[in-house]
Write a protein that binds this ligand. Structure first.
Ligand code: NAG
Ligand code: NAG
Length: 369
């Protein structure tokens, strides 16, 4: 090649040819990957893939968009529940079968893969997906995806959204998840995930929502979770988690929703939780025992405080009536005893909040003290 020389006009022509190719078309390798991706899927009702024809996959291919600088495929966004006109014309939500082809891993600039609410997409998350260096969003909610979360998911150091809720994903939460240093939103609700929450969870310093309910997660709540200091929403409900509630959860600066309901916890309610910023607290059906700490303060504010179906004993704490607001309170189905205090919040609650206790008495219950 060293001997090859071009006249400047020839160079200009070549430059223009190359640049117009880059501007107008997606690279043939991206187009080939998209074609293989499409051929593994079957969408019979809306016809979204009918637009995936011609050379320029960056324009008018439904749900495909390209990076403005590199002109490579950056996003695939296909939602089965959409307001888009093609859905309105079809008068129905989407349904798609098939699987996610590993060809998707041949889109080196892919930053977002959203394939939600198609009900019927099955198969596994292609393990090679962890080799996509720019992937930020992986949202596969509402399908029939099975198999495990790729072991080396932690390689995706730009990943900020991992949403695989409402699928059939099984196996453990991989230990490598602690390496997802950009992860902000983790939603794996309603799958078949088992095994413990890895202790390295505490390294997810960007994480604000961790929704893990409706799985078969076991083991204890690692106290390292309290180092995820941006966490606002922690939902571990409906799992098989055991052991005590770490008191350090009550020291988390931004935590506002804590759902631990329907688990196999033990021990007592940490007093720190009742004075923290948590204002949606569901500890129902968690086998907690001991007294409800008499630790509420004038700043305690609860939209929901559900302590029902436990083994809590002793009286209703006096400080509960000094809280600034309690919207919904459920203390039913415990072993509580004594007189229900008067005043707020008790005057706007009905008997169901207190029923089936050992010896509670007074209004709104019918039995006088
Ligand atoms: C996390 O990343 C580090 C550094 O890249 C690596 O050495 C380590 O093996 C990774 N941990 C896991 C569990 O994948
Ligand atoms: C709290 O959790 C229980 C058990 O999972 C559930 O039945 C109840 O509806 C929840 N309470 C609220 C107020 O959401």
């Amino acid at each position: 090649m060293a001997g090859v020389a071009f006249h400047s006009t020839e160079l200009l022509i070549i430059f223009l040819a190359v640049s117009s190719f880059v501007v107008n078309c997606c690279p043939p390798s991206d187009r080939a990957a998209l074609s293989a991706f499409k051929s593994a899927l079957h969408e019979p009702y809306i016809g979204i893939f009918n637009s995936w024809t011609g050379n320029d996959c960056c324009h008018n291919w439904y749900g495909v968009s390209c990076d403005l600088e590199t002109h490579q495929v950056a996003e695939i966004t296909l939602r089965g529940k959409s307001e888009d006109p093609i859905f309105q014309r079809a008068h129905r939500t989407g349904y798609m079968t098939g699987f996610i082809s590993s060809a998707v891993c041949k889109l080196p600039h892919l930053s977002s893969l959203t394939l939600t609410d198609w009900e019927g997409i099955s198969g596994e998350i292609p393990p090679c997906i962890t080799s996509l260096p720019f992937l930020r969003i992986l949202d596969l909610t509402g399908n029939k995806i099975s198999g495990e979360i790729p072991r080396d998911i932690g390689k995706l150091h730009r990943l900020s959204v991992l949403n695989i809720a409402d699928n059939y994903v099984s196996g453990p939460i991989p230990g490598s998840i602690g390496n997802l240093s950009s992860l902000m939103h983790l939603d794996v609700r309603n799958n078949r995930i088992s095994g413990p929450i890895p202790a390295c969870f505490g390294r997810l310093h960007m994480l604000s929502r961790a929704l893990l309910s409706g799985n078969q997660i076991s083991g204890t709540i690692p106290s390292s979770i309290s180092r995820v200091y941006r966490l606002t929403d922690l939902d571990l409900s409906t799992n098989q988690i055991s052991g005590p509630i770490p008191a350090s959860l009550g020291k988390m600066p931004d935590l506002s929703t804590l759902n631990l309901d329907f688990n196999r916890l033990s021990g007592v309610i940490p007093a720190s939780l009742l004075t923290s910023g948590v204002n949606n607290l569901n500890l129902s059906k968690t086998s907690l025992e001991g007294k409800i700490p008499d630790a509420f303060g004038p700043k305690s504010y609860f939209m929901v405080l559900d302590l029902s179906y436990n083994k809590l004993s002793g009286p209703i704490p006096r400080t509960l009536s000094g809280t600034s607001y309690i919207g919904y309170l459920d203390l039913s189905h415990n072993n509580l005893c004594g007189k229900i205090p008067a005043g707020s919040p008790f005057d706007h609650l009905d008997a169901s909040s207190f029923e089936s206790n050992k010896c509670l008495c007074g209004k709104p219950l019918l039995n006088a003290c």
